[in-house]
Design a protein around this ligand. Structure first.
Ligand code: NDP
Length: 335
């Protein structure tokens, strides 16, 4: 019987509120209604959203019980979709996995063929999972900035916030591989300053510099921004972006609020660009994975990745949410 981590709901005795719990259990074969492509899953991984789901936080898993895991990497075992054949090695990110559909923290899944991406030859399945939604989202952000015309200089580097996290770490790798000057914003500069410089950051900036309520127009420090934390950090980053620069916003690790001013948009022509990985079109997914395969150094990726077996994924999720992790956590679902 395949094993999976399933999110189940029960009533809290105290408050009468529904409570989510993650349970590792044996499950039957995935139902045919999940999709026409049967995948023998080999790897999944832990993103911020997975950490929320696995620690029972509400908001991610909307129709429990559901298998957790917003990513899966594996081999097609059978397919009623002519685009996919047994033996194809595929990656699937988002598309409602672990939100409204059974997800990837399982040994076998049935999925739609519409958003599957072939794992590029330069990547092993383990490395594709190490990149996961975090890497794919980082690539979407970088591609978005490039479409807007991306430049950088020592005086105006590209700011990456939440730098030690999954999205931040891979964004630094991609930007430095493209020859950019990168400033890494982190709350843990003492502990991880060397780590960030090894990824390619040219400057490490303490998070405190972008906290608090700043003036609407501040000195133009950044040529562009990849923001993963939101809140005051995002508001100040917008106010510090150069004339005509673009700020991609994909995350809210700090806050879902945006206490910002209109002034940078109307006096500095700054663009705020939202980035979504869950429902991104197939062409964007393929472009992002091609960029990851081309530009991420496999040895550097291995160095920032911790691997855990399925049985340890729930504990690892708690650690991630408590700020006790950095880089990426890949999950060997058959380990
Ligand atoms: P991680 O948990 O790996 O990293 C988040 C990082 O944010 C931390 O390492 C930390 O970096 C920083 N951080 C944590 N808490 C705070 C805080 N209170 N204030 C400011 N910074 C904080 O998460 P991911 O990189 O996987 O994801 C980052 C965000 O992006 C999440 O909100 C996630 O949901 C979102 N996301 C959105 C996607 C989309 O489709 N739009 C796809 C993927 C992720 P440091 O210590 O260096 O400051």
């Amino acid at each position: 019987m395949p094993r999976a981590i399933v999110i189940r709901t029960s009533e809290s005795a105290a408050a009468g509120e529904p409570v989510n719990t993650a349970v590792l259990e044996e499950v039957g074969a995935p139902p045919a209604s999940d999709g026409p492509v049967l995948v023998d899953v080999a790897w999944s991984d832990l993103n911020y959203k997975d950490a929320l789901a696995l620690t029972g936080r509400p908001g991610v898993v909307r129709t429990p019980p559901l298998v957790a895991g917003i990513d899966l990497v594996g081999t097609v075992a059978a397919s009623e979709d002519v685009r996919w054949r047994p033996g194809d090695v595929v990656v699937l990110n988002g598309t409602g996995l672990s939100e409204t559909r059974n997800g990837g923290l399982t040994e076998q899944a049935r999925v739609s063929g519409d958003f599957l991406v072939r794992v590029p030859e330069a990547l092993t399945p383990a490395r594709a999972a190490a990149l996961g939604t975090a890497g794919y989202t980082a690539a979407l952000c970088v591609l978005r900035l490039e479409r807007a015309g991306l430049t950088s200089s020592p005086e105006q580097p590209i700011l990456v916030t939440g730098a030690t996290g999954g999205v931040g770490s891979i964004a630094i790798l991609l930007l430095s591989a493209a020859g950019h000057h990168v400033a890494a914003l982190t709350g843990r500069e003492q502990e991880y300053g060397d780590y960030l410089r090894a990824l390619g950051a040219t400057t490490v900036v303490p998070r405190a510099e972008l906290l608090g309520t700043g003036r609407p127009l501040q000195s133009q420090r950044w040529s562009a921004v990849v923001d993963t934390v939101g809140g005051e950090v995002l508001a100040n980053a917008i106010s510090q972006t150069r004339y005509g620069g673009t700020v991609t916003a994909c995350g809210l690790a700090g806050s879902a609020a945006l206490p910002a001013s209109m002034v940078p948009f109307i006096l500095r022509a700054v663009t705020l660009a939202g980035v979504d990985s869950v429902s991104a079109p197939l062409a964007d997914r393929e472009a992002a994975w091609a960029r990851l395969a081309r530009d991420v150094d496999p040895d550097v990726l291995d160095g920032l990745t911790e691997t855990v077996p399925l049985a340890e994924a729930i504990d690892a999720a708690s650690r991630l949410l408590a700020g006790g992790a950095h880089g990426r956590i890949a999950v060997n679902v058959r380990g």
